[in-house]
Design a protein around this ligand. Structure first.
Ligand code: TXA
Ligand code: MG
Length: 352
C-alpha cells in the first residue's frame, strides 16, 4: 500500500520495521526495501520478496554520519582518516564498504567480514531512520535483476503485495543507485559507479580517478565471469548477476547500422514479417528517428546527463510495458554522471 509520508505514517512505518516487517521508502537515488538490520528474520524477508540470492549483501542505512559506527567495527587510523575525508558526502549517494560491526547479522553482509553503509539524502528516509532505534538494511525495491524503482508506483507494481507499507516521496532526485567505494584495501576503490560522480570522490579522497577505478567494474566483471572463485568475486559477491534489465531487448543506437541492415536482419529473424516496434530513448532533442520508432522518450532537451540519469529507469520501465519489440538507447561520454548511465545500460544490454 502506498502511503503519504505524513508524520503519522512515518511513525507507523518505524513501528512496522521494529516489528520485523518490510517497508519501502524513497531515497535520493532509488526506492529502498527496508528491514530492521538487527533482525535476521526480517532481513531474510527482503531476500524472499526480491528473489535475491543470499550471497548478495545489503546496504545498511543510518540517519547520520555519527551513526555509521553502529554498523562498522571501530575504525583504525587509516579508515578514520578516509571517513573524515568523506564526511561532507553524507547525507548523500555514497556507500562505503568497511569492516563490519559484530552485531550486524550474516544475513545482511552475506557472511562477509565487511558491510556497506550510507546516510541517504532524502527527507522521508531521514525522518524514518530518525524514528528507528536500529539501522535499516535496504536494497533497491525491485525484483532481483529488474530495473530499480524511482517512484512509489514502481515499487507497488512489483512488490506491493510483499511489503507492509510503501512511503511515497515522489520521484527520486538522482535516479541511479549510490556509488559504492571500498575502504578495506590499501587504497580506496570503486565497486559500483553511481550517483556520486567518481571525479567528486577522487577529489575528496585526494586520489586519482584511475586509482578509484583500477580494475574497474568492467574488468572485475570479466574476472568474476572467468573464475567465480576469484578474489574479485569474494570481494563483491552478487555484483555479477545484477542486470537492471527491462524484459524487452535493448540495443544501443550505434548498433543499428545507420539505415537498413539492422532492420533487414531483424525482420528476417521474425516469423511474421510485421515491422518491429521500437522505443527510442534520446538524451537530447532529436530531429529525426528511424520510421520504425513507435515511441520516443527524450530524457533531456539539452543532453544534461544528470537529468538523463534521473529519468532513465522510469523510461526503461515505461517502454518495457508497451509491448515493443526493441528498446534503442543512445550512448554518452563516460565521465561524471555518464559513467553510471552507461554502466546500467550495458548491464541491461547484456541481459537482453
Ligand atoms: O542507492 C542505493 O545504494 C540503493 C538505495 C536503496 O540505498 N540501494 C541499492 O542496494 O542499490 P542494492 O542492494 O540494490 O545494491 C547494493 C550493492 C550490491 O551490488 C551489493 O553487492 C553491494 O552493494 N554490497 C553491499 N554490501 C557489500 C559489501 N560488504 N561488500 C561489497 N559489496 C557490497
Ligand atoms: Mg539493486
Amino acid at each position: 500500500m502506498i502511503a503519504a509520508s505524513t508524520a503519522e505514517n512515518l511513525d507507523r512505518a518505524a513501528e512496522l520495521l521494529r516489528a520485523g516487517e518490510l517497508v519501502a521508502f524513497p531515497t535520493e537515488t532509488v526506492y529502498g526495501l527496508g528491514a530492521n538490520a538487527w533482525n535476521a528474520s526480517a532481513v531474510r524477508k527482503i531476500f524472499a520478496a526480491k528473489g535475491r540470492p543470499p550471497t548478495n549483501p545489503l546496504i545498511v542505512h543510518v540517519a547520520s554520519r555519527d551513526q555509521l559506527q553502529l554498523a562498522m567495527a571501530p575504525p583504525d587510523e587509516r579508515l578514520s582518516r578516509r571517513l573524515d575525508q568523506l564526511a561532507a558526502c553524507w547525507p548523500g549517494p555514497l556507500t562505503v564498504v568497511v569492516p563490519r560491526h559484530a552485531r550486524v547479522p550474516d544475513e545482511v553482509t552475506a557472511g562477509l567480514p565487511t558491510v556497506g553503509v550510507r546516510v541517504p539524502d532524502h527527507p522521508v528516509a531521514l525522518e524514518l531512520l530518525r524514528r528507528c532505534d536500529f539501522p535499516v538494511a535496504a536494497p533497491s525495491a525491485n525484483p532481483s535483476n529488474y530495473v530499480s524503482p524511482t517512484r512509489a508506483e514502481h515499487v507497488d507494481a512489483e512488490l506491493g503485495e510483499r511489503v507492509a507499507l510503501i512511503l511515497d516521496g515522489g520521484a527520486c532526485r538522482a535516479g541511479v543507485e549510490s556509488t559504492i567505494v571500498t575502504l578495506v584495501e590499501e587504497e580506496p576503490r570503486v565497486l559500483r559507479v553511481g550517483a556520486l560522480p567518481v571525479e567528486t570522490l577522487a577529489e575528496r579522497l585526494d586520489c586519482s580517478v584511475e586509482t578509484l577505478l583500477r580494475s574497474g567494474p568492467e574488468a572485475r566483471r570479466a574476472a568474476v565471469a572467468e573464475s567465480p572463485e576469484s578474489p574479485e568475486s569474494q570481494l563483491s559477491p552478487g555484483r555479477l548477476p545484477e542486470h537492471y534489465a527491462p524484459r524487452t531487448p535493448l540495443r544501443f543506437a550505434d548498433e543499428l547500422d545507420a539505415e537498413g541492415q539492422w532492420y533487414a536482419e531483424w525482420t528476417a529473424r521474425r516469423e511474421n514479417a510485421s515491422p518491429p516496434r521500437i522505443g527510442w530513448i534520446a538524451f537530447r532533442t532529436v530531429t529525426s528517428v528511424p520510421s520504425q520508432v513507435a515511441q520516443l522518450v527524450t530524457l533531456s532537451e539539452r543532453g544534461d546527463l544528470e537529468e538523463v540519469a534521473r529519468g532513465l529507469f522510469a523510461a526503461l520501465r515505461q517502454l518495457d510495458q508497451t509491448g515493443l519489440d526493441l528498446i534503442v538507447v543512445e550512448r554518452c561520454d563516460e565521465t561524471g554522471w555518464g559513467r553510471a548511465i552507461m554502466d546500467r545500460l550495458r548491464r541491461a544490454r547484456r541481459a537482453s
